[in-house]
Design a protein around this ligand. Structure first.
Ligand SMILES: Cc1cc2nc3c(=O)[nH]c(=O)nc-3n(C[C@H](O)[C@H](O)[C@H](O)COP(=O)(O)OP(=O)(O)OC[C@H]3O[C@@H](n4cnc5c(N)ncnc54)[C@H](O)[C@@H]3O)c2cc1C
Length: 377
């Protein structure tokens, strides 16, 4: 049984505890899923999460970040692919929720019901961490824009129904000259150039935009607002990456506790060895500390803070880095089983790694935190 004592923390309200119970019951009957065809599994997971009502809070005027974090933590604890499928519905539509027109927001009804899948297309071969130097262009041509360029590492690439695409429109240099666009997947000119495989497989692709013509109504927000839009979306969703890491870490700790209690060696159980107790204590400490940072960031945003850049960066950095440590300790405590293909600990070891890279690598989060505290008087 997973530790739920954190739900009594003052960050949460009764509705969060109810949500946690409902989702836990759903996970017990629905997860884990078969990962042999990740595209098909993700499509089905989005449909099922939508039908069960869990995608309701992923988009719209008011996004409750605590609920998103709670859902990501819980899903990650049961099945990494379920967490991924849930997370992308919010990230892929975040720009529309925050800056979209009424017409663009019609898509949100479909993504919340799980009938349409969304993707967030920012990264490019030459610009991952350095977003401001992206090369994809959107040239104004009368009442339309002409989109040309390439995006890479795009989650849900190939299965998404809509993409939020960031491109250079040239209102100013670097970050000042970017805009965001809503691109339905059936727009002529979209090419899936390569399907990418990662250590924890999920739908990922490199996309090409070949002279794609978009109506001016595809622009999200104002011309030149693209960088601000991307950063505000990440501001909302970055703490949720920490929450997913927390879910993976919690599962690793639970599995380690259970194994330590029954595994016998040297005439006692693993749990009787003090050095093992030291590992378990470190793991529990890091899990609780990560939870405090994640839910502090989520609560702060939910209280109406316009930006939570520092809090979200701290939550993401600490929770992902520490989850890696916790899972590595779990591998050690599981001995050979920890690296056996198909074992839960082996899959957690693969699942956690990319979280320290995407939505701002750990080193980038340190820069963000330092800039933020240096700017304070
Ligand atoms: C599994 C996965 C899913 C992804 N999904 C998406 C998606 O859906 N949409 C999307 O747009 N992108 C996505 N990405 C891309 C991701 O956001 C980028 O990989 C990430 O921003 C890093 O960019 P990069 O790979 O180009 O590495 P680089 O930018 O080349 O950075 C490499 C390393 O350099 C170091 N570094 C970078 N900048 C600094 C700095 N300022 N100070 C100190 N060190 C630094 C960091 O250690 C960093 O990891 C995904 C990536 C992965 C792996």
């Amino acid at each position: 049984m997973s530790d739920k004592s954190f739900l009594a923390w003052p960050f949460f309200e009764a509705r969060h505890r109810e949500l946690s119970e409902q989702l836990e019951a759903w996970c017990r009957t629905e997860l884990p899923r078969d990962h042999s065809d990740v595209d098909a599994t993700c499509i089905q997971l989005v449909r099922d999460l939508g039908k069960a009502g869990f995608l309701e809070g992923t988009a719209g005027e008011h996004i409750d970040v605590r609920s998103l974090c709670l859902i990501r933590e819980t899903l990650a604890r049961h099945d990494g692919l379920a967490d991924f499928s849930f997370a992308m519905q919010g990230l892929g539509t975040g720009a529309i929720s925050l800056y979209g027109s009424d017409e663009q927001k019609l898509w949100l009804d479909r993504t919340r019901r799980g009938e349409a899948i969304s993707a967030f297309a920012l990264s490019e071969p030459r610009s991952g961490s350095d977003v401001a130097q992206l090369d994809t262009t959107a040239e104004r041509d009368g009442d339309s824009y002409r989109l040309n360029g390439e995006k890479t590492w795009i989650s849900n690439g190939g299965i998404a129904d809509i993409y939020t695409v960031f491109a250079r429109t040239g209102e100013g240099p670097g970050a000042k000259g970017l805009s965001a666009f809503l691109v339905p997947a059936d727009t002529p000119g979209l090419e899936i150039r390569e399907l990418l495989e990662s250590v924890a497989p999920h739908p990922l692709a490199r996309l090409g935009f070949n002279d794609m013509v978009l109506p001016a109504s595809a622009l999200i927000g104002q011309p030149g607002q693209g960088f601000k839009i991307a950063m505000s979306v990440l501001d909302v969703f970055r703490s949720t990456v920490g929450a997913a890491a927390l879910g993976f870490a919690r599962r690793a700790l639970e599995e380690s506790l259970s194994r330590s209690r029954f595994r016998e060696l040297f005439g006692a159980t693993l749990a009787d060895l003090q050095m093992v107790q030291g590992h378990l204590a470190d793991m529990a400490l890091n899990v609780d500390a990560a939870a405090l940072l994640v839910y502090r960031a989520a609560w702060t945003k939910d209280q109406g803070a316009e930006r939570v850049t520092r809090e979200a960066a701290m939550a993401k950095l600490f929770a992902t880095d520490q989850a890696q440590q916790v899972i590595d300790q779990a591998v050690q405590l599981h001995g050979g089983d920890g690296v056996r293909k198909g074992h839960i600990i082996e899959s957690l070891y693969r699942e956690i790694r990319a979280l320290r890279i995407y939505e701002g690598a750990s080193d980038v989060q340190k820069v963000v935190i330092a800039r933020s505290i240096l700017a304070e008087e």
